[in-house]
Design a protein around this ligand. Structure first.
Ligand code: AMP
Length: 275
């Protein structure tokens, strides 16, 4: 038995716990979150759950890659202590309670994928209640998801701190994603243009002399994406917290993009003043 007298020691004595929610088909992006959790926390839980609530009709729920054994091994190697893989049907069947995070979930991914963020927020809330971690790790790859979860945590007073981690990219700049596996060789060769154009658009926006120039840069680079064969859902400048459009080039401004290459939907983002 240990007798502990200081606040710092009692906090340390019980150990800290980190949580990494995922949908599996793990790649370096996911593993970077698990490793970060391991380096900052005493206990790490990873969840692997292809959440049916966040897929719309006609989306890729059925064909989303599922690789339980490989994933479990990758989790262990990255330092996970527990992997939570709830039963796909039982975990959400009959789910009549849902979490809606207003405002921040309304535009962009929320507009194009109705119900998506309700599905995300509902499952993340369930997982937070079950896993009871001190820290939860999310990737900035899904930046709007980060903003939605941050607002939910704040407004529902979840006793958890969010750690938002940088985007892990392939050597050619393409943001890692489980969906990259859907790309044909030809599409894979074009895919890095998404990030390249995001970078170029960022430079143009940074150097814009007026809000009109910001808007015209967004239009110009949207057209460039189309010329490369992307079917663009949006290329926009937004406030990172509210996910409302902005023309102000400040520390909270983020360029976001979503575009299809064939049937595969890719997303990416970059802070306008960041690296
Ligand atoms: P998913 O399995 O797609 O739900 O992703 C699980 C977590 O991994 C989310 O917090 C994602 O933002 C994060 N993630 C996915 N891809 C990347 C990446 N390339 N870099 C960093 N984090 C990522």
């Amino acid at each position: 038995m240990k007798i502990v007298r200081s606040v710092a020691d009692i906090k340390r004595a019980s150990g800290s716990s980190g949580f990494v929610p995922t949908m599996g088909a793990l790649h370096e992006g996911h593993l970077s979150l698990i490793r970060a959790a391991k380096s900052e926390c005493d206990h790490v839980t990873v969840s692997i759950f292809v959440n049916p609530l966040q897929f719309g009709p006609g989306e890729d729920y059925e064909r989303y890659p599922r690789r339980e054994d490989e994933d479990a091994q990758a989790c262990e190697e990255a330092g996970a202590d527990i992997v939570f893989m709830p039963d796909a049907k039982k975990f959400t069947t009959g789910q009549g309670t849902s979490v809606h995070v207003s405002g921040v979930s309304e535009l962009y991914e929320g507009l194009i994928r109705p119900g998506h963020f309700d599905g995300v927020a509902t499952i993340v809330a369930k997982l937070f209640n079950l896993v009871r971690a001190d820290y939860a790790y999310f990737g900035l790859k899904d930046r709007q998801q980060c903003a939605v979860v941050a607002k939910m945590v704040h407004e529902l007073n979840f006793p958890i701190s969010l750690r938002l981690m940088p985007i892990i990219r392939e050597p050619d700049g393409l943001a890692m994603s489980s969906r990259n596996a859907y790309l044909s060789a030809e599409q894979r060769a074009i895919a890095p243009k998404l990030y390249e154009i995001l970078e170029r658009c960022r430079l143009a926006v940074r150097h814009a002399k007026s809000t009109v120039q910001v808007t015209s840069s967004l239009e110009k680079w949207t057209q460039t994406l189309k010329d490369f064969g992307f079917d663009v859902d949006y290329l926009a400048l937004v406030d990172e917290t509210t996910f409302q459009p902005t023309v102000k080039v400040g520390v909270h401004a983020v360029l976001i993009v979503a575009a299809y290459l064939g049937a595969t939907r890719l997303i990416d983002n970059i802070p306008v003043l960041g690296h």
